[in-house]
Design a protein around this ligand. Structure first.
Ligand code: IPM
Ligand code: MG
Length: 354
C-alpha cells in the first residue's frame, strides 16, 4: 500500500514553499519505484476561514491516519487579534499534541557556499553540525493558562517520563554521531530544569555511559552557540528554550529559510515542517526560500518512510544548486541577483531529474 502523506500548507509563505516541496516529491515519484498518496488538509488561519477551527476534525483524522505529515507554516495578521478565540498557532500545537510528536529534531549544518550569508565569521562556521532536539509537546506551551484583567500566567510543568523519552531520542542519535550531548536548562532558577538535569544525569549514567553529557544554562548556551558553535554535537532542551535557540542557530546556516525539522513520535510517524513561520511580510510575493521545506521532505523520507537514498539525493540536489550560486533573497549576498521561490524549486527539481 502506498504511504499516506498528509499535506498541510497552512498560511502565508507556507503554501508557497509547500508547492515547491510537492514538486520535489513528484520528481522522486517520477524516478520510479515509489508511490505516495498525498492528501491535503486545512490548518491554521486557512482552516479558521474555512471551518471556524484552527485544527478541524478532518485534519485531525488525516494526521492520525497518515504515515507522515508535511506542513508549511501557520499564522498571520488577519488572525492575530489578541481577543480572538481561535488562533492559528494553537492549531499547530494541537496537531503536534494529537500526533504525539514529542521530539522535534532540527539539524543545523553550515555549508561553505552559505558562509557569507551568515552574520558570523567563516572561521566560526567551519565544521558546524548540530542536531538540536527540542521537546515539543510539554512545558510552558501546554501548561494551564490563566488570564484576568490585570494578571496572567502560563504554567511550565514536566514529568520524569516526558523528560526521559526526549533525552533518550537525543542520546540514541548522539550514538550515531560524535557521542556528545549538551543538555540545556535553567537549573539555577527553575524547578522543572532541576528535575530535567537530574533525570538526564540518571538516564545517561544508567543507559548511555559511553556518551559525554554536558549541562549548559540556557543563557550561556545562547552565547556559546555564537562563540563556539562547532563544539556542539547533539543539543537537547525543553520546548520554549528549543524554540528560541533554533531561531538563533539558524543564522549559522545563513537563514531561517534553510532549516528543516522533523517532529517524531518515537515510532516512526512524524510531522515535518520548516522552522520558519508564515512570514506575512513577504507572503504572496513568490520570494520565500523553499529550501527548509524541501529539506524537510528529505527528513520525511528518511525518518518516516525509510527512504535514505532518496533523502540523501534531495539534500545533495539542494546543496548543489546552492553551490551553483542560485540564491533566494534571504541568502543572497555580494550583489547576487536573487531568484524567486519557484525558480529555486525549478533548479532543485532539474537537479533531481538530471
Ligand atoms: C516553531 C514556531 C512555532 C512554535 C509557533 C508558530 C507556534 O515558532 O515551530 O518554531 O513556537 O513552536
Ligand atoms: Mg519558532
Amino acid at each position: 500500500m502506498a504511504a499516506l502523506i498528509g499535506v498541510l500548507p497552512g498560511d502565508g509563505i507556507g503554501t508557497e514553499v509547500v508547492d515547491q516541496a510537492l514538486r520535489v516529491i513528484d520528481a522522486i515519484v517520477r524516478r520510479g519505484g515509489h508511490a505516495f498518496e498525498l492528501r491535503r488538509g486545512l490548518i491554521g488561519g486557512a482552516a479558521i476561514d474555512a471551518t471556524g477551527k484552527a485544527f478541524p476534525a478532518a485534519t485531525r483524522q488525516l494526521a492520525l491516519q497518515a504515515d507522515a505529515v508535511l506542513l508549511g507554516a501557520v499564522g498571520g495578521p488577519k488572525w492575530s487579534d489578541p481577543a480572538a478565540r481561535e488562533r492559528p498557532e494553537q492549531g499547530l500545537l494541537d496537531l503536534r499534541a494529537a500526533m504525539g510528536v514529542y521530539a522535534n529534531v532540527r539539524p543545523v549544518r553550515t555549508h561553505p557556499s552559505l558562509y557569507e550569508a551568515s552574520p558570523l565569521k567563516a572561521d566560526r562556521l567551519r565544521g558546524v553540525d548540530i542536531l538540536v532536539i527540542r521537546e515539543l509537546t510539554g512545558g510552558i506551551y501546554f501548561g494551564t493558562k490563566q488570564r484576568d484583567a490585570d494578571s496572567a500566567s502560563d504554567l511550565c510543568s514536566y514529568t520524569r517520563a516526558e523528560i526521559e523519552r526526549v533525552l533518550r531520542v537525543a542520546a540514541t542519535m548522539a550514538r550515531r554521531r560524535r557521542g556528545r550531548v549538551t543538555s540545556v536548562d535553567k537549573a539555577n532558577v527553575l524547578e522543572t530544569s532541576r528535575l530535567w538535569r537530574s533525570v538526564a544525569n540518571e538516564l545517561f549514567a544508567r543507559e548511555f555511559p559511553e556518551l559525554q553529557l554536558e549541562h549548559l544554562l540556557v543563557d550561556a548556551a545562547a552565547m556559546h552557540l555564537l562563540s563556539r558553535p562547532a563544539d556542539f554535537d547533539v543539543m537537547v532542551t525543553e520546548n520554549m528554550f528549543g524554540d528560541i535557540l533554533t531561531d538563533e542557530a539558524s543564522m549559522l546556516a545563513g537563514s531561517m529559510g534553510m532549516l528543516p525539522s522533523a517532529s517524531l513520535d518515537g515510532q516512526g510517524r512524524g510531522l515535518y515542517e520548516p522552522i520558519h513561520g508564515s512570514a506575512p511580510d513577504i507572503a504572496g510575493q513568490g520570494i520565500a526560500n523553499p529550501c527548509g521545506t524541501i529539506l524537510s521532505v528529505a527528513l520525511l523520507l528518511r525518518h518516516s518512510l525509510g527512504l535514505e537514498a532518496e533523502a540523501a539525493r534531495i539534500e545533495r540536489a539542494v546543496y548543489e544548486v546552492l553551490d551553483s550560486g542560485l540564491r533566494t533573497r534571504d541568502i543572497a549576498t555580494g550583489g547576487v541577483a536573487a531568484v524567486g521561490t519557484a525558480a529555486m524549486g525549478d533548479a532543485i527539481v532539474a537537479r533531481l531529474n538530471a
